[in-house]
Design a protein around this ligand. Structure first.
Ligand SMILES: O=C(O)CCC(=O)C(=O)O
Length: 275
């Protein structure tokens, strides 16, 4: 399903830029089946009978021109789970971040249709202050050919070295999707160098939880669909008091008298058993 080998030069590239962009990752035999999951999911047809945790767009009810997002579709669909929980994703995230292992903290199913609006620039780890350590690593898998015109994902080179800011501004459909990025870079005298994730279907990008990223309007006549695994270290724990970012949705999975992330809700993808 996934074929990929990390090597030293890719690790160095990741450490320099805060992301990796690669053309070949997902086996092309799965692409059409994965694309075919999007309509039923956004219509609320869930194979397992379990609802995803977040769902910002419903077929026939919401405006056509927004970027549609489901969080934790893995709970609703077996094939999505097979992809987003793949052990290679866990291994690559762990090796890039020097973690002992990786858990899925959240997945995303993202559908930016023709005309689909922006997603504001942000840092993923800003949303998980309810975890210790506050970090994240993301694997973004494309089901379509992406280009600047399709409103593909954009990264700011080296921005993972700029520290972490609290989440600010709108995430879905802001008028100016670079507003928060521009405010931060002007205030802190940082240079912006954009890298566009331009890959064929089956391509991938990995990014550090501190890397600034966002995406523009899809001005093409093609869909831009992606599925995403957001990972955290296998030994991450619930923060005793912090309640920011996505805590409202995910802290409800904390068990009494334990600060551990429960396997049932935050599945382990990979762990280095040799240490
Ligand atoms: O696909 C996009 O435009 C944004 C995705 C994103 O923010 C992420 O995967 O962390």
């Amino acid at each position: 399903m996934i074929n990929f080998e990390l090597d030293e030069s890719l690790i160095e590239e990741f450490n320099n830029n805060g992301f990796l962009i690669l053309d070949n990752f997902l086996d092309l035999n799965y692409i059409e089946d994965l694309r075919n999951k999007f309509e039923p999911l956004f219509k609320g047809n869930f194979e397992t009978g379990i609802e995803p945790d977040e769902w910002n767009w419903k077929f026939g009810k919401d405006p056509e021109d927004v970027t549609r997002q489901i969080c934790n579709a893995w709970k609703a669909d077996h094939l999505i789970k097979k992809v987003v929980c793949h052990k290679i994703i866990g291994e690559v995230c762990s090796r890039l971040m020097n973690w002992q292992g990786a858990r899925l903290v959240q997945d995303n199913v993202l559908w930016k249709p023709p005309g689909g609006k922006t997603l504001g620039f942000h840092q993923d780890a800003a949303y998980d202050d309810w975890l210790i350590p506050q970090t994240m690593m993301t694997c973004w898998m494309s089901l379509d050919h992406t280009s600047k015109e399709t409103g593909t994902l954009e990264y700011i080179k080296g921005s993972h070295k700029w520290g972490l800011q609290p989440p600010k501004g709108e995430f879905h459909s802001p008028e100016d999707y670079k507003k928060e990025l521009n405010i931060f870079t002007e205030k802190n005298n940082k240079q912006i160098e954009v890298a566009y994730v331009e890959v064929p279907a089956g391509g991938v990008s990995f990014h550090h939880g501190f890397t600034w990223h966002g995406s523009g309007i899809n001005t093409s006549s093609n869909n831009r669909r992606a599925i995403v695994s957001h990972c955290v270290p296998s030994n991450a724990k619930f923060h005793p008091t912090n309640e920011g970012g996505t805590a409202k949705t995910y802290k409800k999975y904390k068990k009494e008298n334990s600060d551990l992330l429960d396997e049932e809700y935050f599945p382990l993808l990979w762990e280095n058993n040799s240490i």
